[in-house]
Design a protein around this ligand. Structure first.
Ligand code: RET
Length: 247
């Protein structure tokens, strides 16, 4: 076990992550408690699990369970890896995508494509993080995972946006806002990974990396959920050309 030193930037960031995610979960629960419309409840069910899973993951990292240290090979030496991040992302990133798909009223094939790409991205990312064959192998895994992310974002921007454009103006606008936030934040994950300790470039240390990941995670989960849940009035508004009777 490699419990981060109490008071270190690593430890503080992980505890801020734990508390932030827990508060986000409670707030979303509180907001959703009285919602009775099944279609609206769907958004809450999906959105509440995101910070709840992340809170558990952050707690495991802060207490030294979600982290391992091993020789990464080829002279990289002893490397500390927070594996619990990937367990978190494996479930939370598909849930975030499901929120976007609900909002865009996506068809099933688009949903499966996005989730498939996402699971592939996290899976190849964890392979890179746990690799013991040195930096080259890590960078190859990173490139494969980043390729999947780029295709995923292309689908978000293309097919999914096309489907969202058929909806009411307000709903399409909320979709665009959350889509842009997702694209901007998600693109930073591979950058942090390759420049930090996982990629072996080590432009910054594990403390700074942990703090930056915590900030990204809080924005991409609690920030995202907050923007989505405060716009409940537009979630189920229908297609632009639908007659009022269809609504
Ligand atoms: C709440 C957590 C979120 C939104 C996490 C998103 C994570 C990614 C987009 C991670 C992407 C990665 C790559 C594209 C390559 C390197 C490995 C990853 C997993 C960091």
């Amino acid at each position: 076990m490699v419990t981060p030193d109490p008071g270190s930037l690593q430890s503080i960031s992980l505890w801020v992550g734990t508390v932030g995610m827990a508060l986000g979960t409670l707030y979303f629960l509180w907001e959703g408690w009285s919602v009775r419309d099944p279609e609206e409840q769907e958004y809450y069910v999906v959105t509440i699990f995101v910070p709840a899973i992340a809170a558990a993951s952050y707690f495991s990292m802060a207490t030294g369970f979600g982290v391992i240290s091993f020789d990464a090979g080829q002279g990289m030496g002893e490397t500390v890896i927070y594996w619990a991040r990937y367990a978190d992302w494996l479930f939370t990133t598909p849930l975030l995508l499901i929120d976007l798909c609900l909002l865009a009223d996506a068809d099933r094939n688009t949903i499966y494509t996005l989730i498939g790409l996402d699971v592939f991205m996290v899976g190849t990312g964890v392979a890179g993080a746990l690799a013991r064959e040195g930096q080259t192998v890590r960078i190859v895994w990173w490139a494969i995972s980043t390729g999947a992310l780029l295709v995923l974002l292309y689908v978000l921007f293309g097919t999914l946006s096309e489907q969202a454009s058929r909806l009411s103006t307000d709903r399409a606008a909320l979709f665009s806002q959350l889509r842009n936030l997702t694209i901007a934040l998600w693109l930073l994950y591979p950058v942090l990974w390759i420049l930090g300790t996982e990629g072996g470039v080590e432009l910054f240390g594990l403390g700074v990396e942990t703090a930056l990941f915590a900030a990204l995670d809080l924005l991409a989960k609690v920030g995202f959920g907050f923007l989505l849940l405060r716009s409940r009035d537009v979630w189920t508004t229908g297609a632009l050309d639908a007659s009022p009777a269809d609504d």
